[in-house]
Design a protein. Structure first.
Lengths: 869, 119
């Protein structure tokens, strides 16, 4: 294969790229990275009217994103690098003799080297009616615009995607986001047949169906018909199956595979593969040494690859060659491992994903299937040497990167492989990633390169991304970057994982002590004394929380106000459309009829959505910033107060009705719950705190899933701590038994104060307790010795901290409403204090308002918004 | 963007400087466009779009402020924490996103804003 030649002093040779998609753009970036844009005069032709964009995330456009947000090229990329980008102009012919291309606009451009990056086109199966109006493919922004415009017709209610592969599910998500009743029709007996086995596919199917999408597998499409069977030009309305009842289809999207766009190459007489695609060698050269091909149009070892990662690999290898620094290995057999988020569901397959399907395979299979949780894992281990050869993951792909590296042989397979499949029951052997292993396969960044970046000073995941580009593609490797960073820093004796952020080089615990000892009272004092720069959205709330835990008065006044997180600053929780939720405190979950009526009237008067929370309270959602004072005035008038749902603070104390009503109850759980809630209400902590009190061991208040759980016994109360629900559930640990009321309260005081002092930022009691377990070997014994036996002599201070909190507590909304300067913060516009944000649009659902979805907003854009007061 | 020498005559008076708390933001309506204004400790006032391009919600003024390692001020969007430079509006955490930056004039304790050309 001939290398491009260069003439000293002469004009630069001309490089023409046909196709400006993701891979075409990556080629340009790789050329720029090697300085080759000075060596070549580069012209790129893209037939679409816009520069390269991220096709993989297309459905984001229906989920609140804008088309320009998908753009791959930074503004000014072409100009700054002297690249001539021509969009809206495709190439129609190649003349290999004169080495020139002709464009749709009739322009003739000569080249010294030509790159084909024309990608692929969706395959439309030859079924009758496949070209009726209302049928679409799903690949370009124009396709999306056409789908949207058709779907917006009021008569269009159901959509069908033909094809249940990964692109088909993406397309189904797009239809779902457009508000259509969505069906997926797949000819194979299961979804994603190329990547998943039956069990994995069944788990995926269940999760897809839970998102409201109807799935039909093993179904072949016989025809697409219109309302009038004789009118061949009628808009589609039904999908006729080969057998079984027809499916209503006001819109049909084909996603039944792709075909390489190799017609230019065919017409120019280049060698094409049996299954299509331009045949290339390991350096991406075609049968004409002046022409190369990359991406989906290139046929490597007889097949075209419809994934972006191998396309990026080809772009890198070709750019190296064009820059005169060819990679000796060239483009090797690609790793076709994939990890995707489809409809928010993790799906991954790697290595030889189906190894073990044939009993003759010399492998052992390890599988885990939990259809309730929606998790499936399958790993195949070679009997000969115990190495993983491949597998698949649905619902939880957290270990994907490490497993993939094991499967491609870049990382040793651990002995305790079963712990990688079953839910964790204990610590797992830690396996370190070898230097040669590619941690980020999108950008081809190895563990070795990351380690040298850390040795050169990278201290955060952001640093690593900046200096290596790792994680800037699919971002699937970010968890692994984080753990690698922590391991490396620990190895070189730096405990960076504990520091707050780049502005504070101490841990939260150390900063808490510094604030306590020095008596700092403002954000500025703390930053000037212990930090650098101007702070950030990480350290400000952490410092604000420490100051508030030390009971320093109203949290929004200057000195603390500028450090409060968004929600604390509005004394309300911001929702996705910029409105807020209002959650009054309902101590112990006990509420009077008059209060219930008042909350109902408030919700009706202000047009708020009502929902009962998990903590036995009532959430009123949809309040605009300028409405909050009037709403809270009404709440206070009804005898209720702030619920602190907006803060990292004590939230609720849940209870059952206890012995007062329940025939099984042995203690008055409601009275105890109210006592605890009124004692700790508003206590700021490293993270939120939830408590519960159950009146007997039947445990109806679910106290063992709380940070502090109290369960009644015949002789008093049992105290449990460090439980958690949510994402990582943890059963609480029994700290003390048969306590009387006063001792119970004192032990809880100390437990909470000790946690507030010593936990990391955003560390719940459960993870704090686990960390203590790791550092002390016995967290239970440690906490008991501190809060009961006073082994550290801290108890007087801990008691005093809670006593001060109880004495100085005030309802933050009462304090706000009493002071006009504090109230002046609550407006949507500084120059129009009473005005509402006109872009907040609510629609009605089941008799209540809710935020309009993006597609509804688009639909209503031309009409008067259905604004709720 | 403080004291820009030639501020266009289309600049609109928005508020007094002291109506913006130091190191916090407020939103304002300027010719029907929603603008987020931030006041720094040095007295400067900066204006960017109030609309969060990642979500479409008008919330940027309610974000927290901070500085990069190079001392460049940014605002962190409240919803998904994208960070945007107050100097040029580029997103520091996602190159696909950016905010328009509007010109600000502060004189005699009054803040005026001239809109950037709409995109």
């Amino acid at each position: 294969m001939t290398e491009p030649t260069f003439h000293e002093g002469g004009p630069r040779p001309r490089l023409v790229v046909v196709g400006y998609g993701m891979v075409g753009h990556r080629l340009l970036e790789e050329l720029v990275a090697r300085g080759a844009n000075g060596r070549w005069a580069i012209t790129v032709f893209g037939e679409e009217p816009v520069v390269a964009y991220d096709r993989v995330r297309l459905s984001a456009v229906f989920d609140g994103g804008r088309p320009q947000d998908l753009s791959m090229a930074a503004p000014g990329f072409a100009e700054q690098n002297g690249i001539d980008v021509v969009v809206g102009e495709g190439v129609v012919a190649i003349d290999r003799t004169s080495r020139s291309v002709t464009t749709t606009g009739g322009r003739v451009e000569t080249y010294d080297h030509l790159v084909l990056a024309t990608g692929s086109t969706p395959f439309v199966p030859p079924v009758p009616g496949a070209s009726r109006p209302g049928t679409f493919v799903y690949r370009t922004l124009d396709d999306l615009a056409a789908i949207r415009s058709h779907a917006e017709q009021p008569s269009v209610r159901t959509g069908v995607v033909v094809g249940g592969g990964l692109l088909g599910l993406e397309a189904a998500n797009a239809l779902r986001l457009l508000g259509l009743e969505t069906h997926v029709v797949e000819m194979a007996p299961r979804l994603m047949p190329a990547q998943l086995d039956e069990s994995a596919s069944a788990v995926l199917r269940r999760k897809v169906e839970q998102r409201g999408i109807r799935v039909h597998t093993g179904v072949s499409t016989r025809a697409l018909t219109g309302a009038d069977p004789d009118d061949e030009g009628a808009t589609v309305c039904t999908l006729e199956r080969a057998d079984g009842p027809p499916i209503p289809a006001d819109i049909v999207v084909f996603s039944a595979g792709i075909r390489p766009r190799d017609e230019l190459a065919r017409n120019a007489g280049l060698e094409v593969g049996q299954r299509g695609g331009v045949v290339v060698d390991g350096q991406l050269a075609t049968s004409d040494s002046h022409i190369s091909a990359i991406g989906e149009v290139a046929s490597v070892e007889g097949r075209c690859l419809g994934l972006v990662a191998p396309g990026y690999g080809m772009a890198r290898v070709l750019a190296a060659r064009l820059a005169g620094q060819p990679e000796p290995g060239g483009f090797a057999t690609p790793d076709l491992s994939t990890k995707l988020k489809l409809l928010g569901i993790d799906v991954a397959s790697f290595g030889d994903a189906f190894a073990g399907s044939d009993p003759a395979d010399e492998v052992d299979l390890l599988t885990w299937s939990d259809t309730t949780a929606g998790v499936y894992k399958r790993l195949a281990r070679r009997r000969e040497d115990g190495r993983i050869v491949g597998g698949m993951l649905v619902g939880d792909a957290g270990d994907y990167q490490r497993l993939r590296l094991m499967a491609i042989g870049e990382m040793p397979t651990p002995d305790d492989l079963s712990s990688w499949v079953a839910p964790s029951t204990g610590p797992r052997q830690r396996a370190s990633v070898p230097d040669a292993a590619a941690v980020c396969s999108c950008e081809n960044v190895t563990a070795g390169r990351l380690r040298s970046a850390i040795a050169d000073g990278a201290r955060t995941v952001g640093d690593l991304q900046d200096c290596t580009s790792a994680g800037s593609g699919c971002a699937g490797c970010v968890p692994m970057l984080t753990s690698l960073l922590k391991d490396e820093l620990r190895a070189i004796g730096e405990v960076v994982s504990d520091t707050l952020c780049e502005h504070f080089s101490v841990s939260r615990q150390a900063l808490f002590d510094l604030v306590r000892v020095n008596g700092h009272r403002t954000w500025r004092d703390v930053l000037d004394a212990h930090g650098t720069g101007g702070g950030c959205d990480v350290c400000r709330p952490a410092v604000a929380s420490i100051l508030a835990s030390r009971a320093n008065g109203y949290v929004l006044d200057p000195g603390q106000g500028e450090a409060q997180d968004t929600n604390d600053h509005a004394l309300a929780n911001m929702q996705r459309n910029g409105t807020y939720s209002v959650i009054p405190r309902v101590p112990g979950g006990e509420i009077t009829p008059a209060q219930l009526i008042a909350l109902g009237e408030i919700a009706a008067d202000f047009g708020l959505y009502c929902k009962i929370t998990g903590g036995q309270r009532i959430d009123l959602l949809g309040a605009r910033l300028e409405q909050l004072p009037a709403i809270w005035q009404r709440v206070l008038d009804a005898g209720m107060e702030s619920g602190h749902a907006y803060g990292k603070a004590v939230r609720t104390v849940k209870s059952c009705v206890g012995e007062t009503w329940c025939r099984y109850g042995v203690q008055d759980s409601v009275t105890m719950a109210i006592r605890l809630e009124e004692r700790y209400r508003g206590l700021r902590a490293p993270h939120k705190l939830k408590l519960a009190v159950s009146g007997c061991t039947r445990e109806c208040a679910e106290a063992q899933s709380k940070d502090v759980g109290v369960i009644a016994t015949e002789r008093g109360w049992n105290l449990y701590v460090a439980g958690n629900g949510g994402k990582t559930p943890r059963h609480a640990t029994l700290l003390a038994t048969d306590l009387d009321d006063e001792v119970l309260v004192r032990v809880i005081d100390r437990f909470l104060a000790y946690y507030v002092r010593t936990a990391d930022r955003l560390q719940r009691t459960s993870t704090w307790f686990e960390a203590l377990q790791a550092s002390t070997g016995d967290a239970l014994a440690h906490v008991r010795s501190v809060v009961i036996d006073d082994a550290l002599g801290l108890c007087r201070e801990l008691d005093a901290e809670i006593a001060r909190h109880v004495e100085t507590y005030e309802c933050e909304w009462a304090a706000t409403l009493a002071d006009p300067t504090r109230l002046s913060r609550f407006h949507s516009f500084v120059n129009a204090p009473g005005a509402a944000d006109p872009e907040i649009v609510m629609v009605s659902e089941r008799g209540q308002p809710r935020p309009a979805r993006p597609e509804e907003l688009a639909r209503h854009a031309t009409q008067t918004p259905v604004a709720v007061r | 963007m403080t004291l820009v020498d030639r501020i266009p005559e289309t600049a609109v008076r928005v508020c007094r400087t002291d109506e913006i708390e130091v190191e916090r933001g407020v939103a304002a309506l300027v010719h029907d466009r929603q603008v987020a204004l931030f006041r720094l400790r040095d007295g400067s006032v900066h204006a960017v779009d109030h609309r969060d391009p990642a979500t479409g919600a008008n919330v940027i003024a309610r974000g927290l402020l901070g500085t990069t390692a190079d001392g460049e001020w940014f605002v962190a969007s409240p919803l998904y924490k994208h960070r945007y430079s107050l100097l040029d509006g580029r997103c520091l955490t996602d190159t696909a996103l950016s905010l328009a930056v509007h010109r600000v004039q502060v004189s005699a304790g009054v803040v005026k804003v001239a809109l950037a050309p709409s995109s």
